[in-house]
Design a protein around this ligand. Sequence first.
Ligand code: SF4
Ligand code: SF4
Length: 437
Amino acid sequence: MTSTAARLTQAEREIFARIDAILNTCVQCGLCLPGCPTYRETYREQSSPRGRLHLMRAVAEGRLDVLDPVFTDQMAECLGCRACEPACPSGVAYGAALETARTAVEQARAARGRRSWRERILRRLVFDWLLRDLARVRALGTVAWLAQRGGLQALARRGGLVRALRLERLEAQLPPLSRPFFAPRGQVYPARGERRGRAGLLAGCVMHTAFAPVMRATVRVLTRNGWEVVVPAGQGCCGALHLHAGEPGGARALARRLIAAFDAAGTDVVVTNSAGCGAAMKEYGHLLCDDPAWADRAAAFSARVRDVTELLAQEPLRGHLAPLHRTVVYQDPCHLLHAQRIAAAPRALLRAVPGLRLVGADEAGLCCGSAGSYSLLRPEMSERLLRRKLDHLLATGAEEIATANPGCTLQLQSGLRRRGLRVPVRHVVELLDEAYR
Ligand code: SF4
Ligand code: SF4
């Protein structure tokens, strides 16, 4: 540690008081270390869950400044993958502790004027403007789509504009976009066969623009399995990106809006095909627990949230599935495997497809390095983890990679493109949809 100055303000002290109980739960046994991707890459104690909890404790007790470079670097280097949670025998809620620590860091940086003008503008643009309205996300998506069609994206890359704006990583991850996007307008898709219930489908900021075909495949597979699907109007972003970036106020505002939109649509379950969004929505009860007007509603909402693979695997798949003769490896999204503890459901669905041979990869629980905006903010570590992940996935000899989260898909696709490989990366529901045709 490079600083021992105790500079916690009253506001920061209050923030850390919220995770006091979590920090006290850690008995420093170290059982979480082997599953931590950043520890596995560096073998440094401070890059491990135990090391980071130790740093949080030092800040909470005023022994280390909240903006000490070691602390801020470790809070940023952590992927938030939560692989440390299922490994912990004491039940340390690491994800909640990390979000709180990041909130304290961001508040201190804002209060002490430690943000560059570029960062200030970017944060306000992304968190207070872009992600507050899905129509703006679609407008940006349309600009990107036009740029791709008109060859402007390639031109900007070759002409050096992408590098000048420091957008290389973002540009490398942008998939080929297709229109129309899957805008939430309250549309209802009737169930086929015996009706199981009414499922409200989350559009999601990335999914409904960059992965509109996956959204349509999700609707087809759900309705084929007896679910009436409604896509509530007025829904917005789930707030996960705000939470990961230490902006809980923005996340709460978005959570309230989403709950109101889905409650108005009267759904039995809330379904998502994005593991990161699902993990965030399942924790709305915790996010809004101090808001008397919303706490009960948020808890009831969270109890209704299902990942699409979780919902579909509850009962045997209906109808005829045509054979898909290929070898597929499943890549576990961290926010499905660790945050939601869902591993069997997507695998069971893939095994239900005749002819499909499902294989497993080594280190399946290790993050691919995507982790929301991590791949843009910490490119070096992200790249190391991506390399490691792709080596394992490709060693299986699989012809396709299946996953269940947009971030993982974009990350794996960009890595495969750079290796010059044409291995498709697809959502589990896309494979089911193909088998249903
Ligand atoms: S496994 Fe749990 S109790 Fe043990 S060091 Fe890690 S966080 Fe602490
Ligand atoms: S969230 Fe992931 S990267 Fe962060 S400490 Fe836990 S296992 Fe390590």
